[in-house]
Write a protein that binds this ligand. Sequence first.
Ligand SMILES: [Ca+2]
Ligand SMILES: [Ca+2]
Length: 193
Amino acid sequence: GRQLALPQCWTKWFNRDDPSGSGDWETLDLLYHENPGMICNRPLRMQVRTTSGHSVSSTGNVITMTDTRNGFVCKNSDQQPGSECANYEVRFLCPQEFCHPKVCWTRWFDQDSPSGIGDFELLCDLRAENPGQICESPLYIEVVTKHNHMPADFTGQSFHIYSPTEGFVCRNRDQKNRRCYNYKVRYGCPCDV
Ligand SMILES: [Ca+2]
Ligand SMILES: [Ca+2]
């Protein structure tokens, strides 16, 4: 089975306009046009804050539009007489594949066996024994049984640790028959690192 570190990721903050003129227009069509390739096609969420880092509600502005399909607009003409929009910035939550389009897998590691208290394949130990072979921030971990390559998720065993950032631990005492299989692990890293 594969465990994912970060199912999604945020883009950087975008601030393409300011409220001089008709208002603050941070619309997706203009952001796409001006930042090709930097925002996914169907953002999962959008966050908006003022450029000084305050929440939208703190400004008292009437917001004309705010949604993940169209982006954000605050029109000065929608505000109380004499007041205008704050300057806002926006960012978008995108699927992980967008942020790291290519995943490069390490080789398989198997440094422990389940004799003793269990099968310990911790990332820090694997790093210590295999310097330079595992990237700084793995995105995925894949764990299978050593002998027949069965994905860990399908073995019916329960795992104490199973995470791209920590590694894998199967404790014998957590199993019905008091014995873990022997597992091997590999890590999925961004190819560009
Ligand atoms: Ca702005
Ligand atoms: Ca093992």
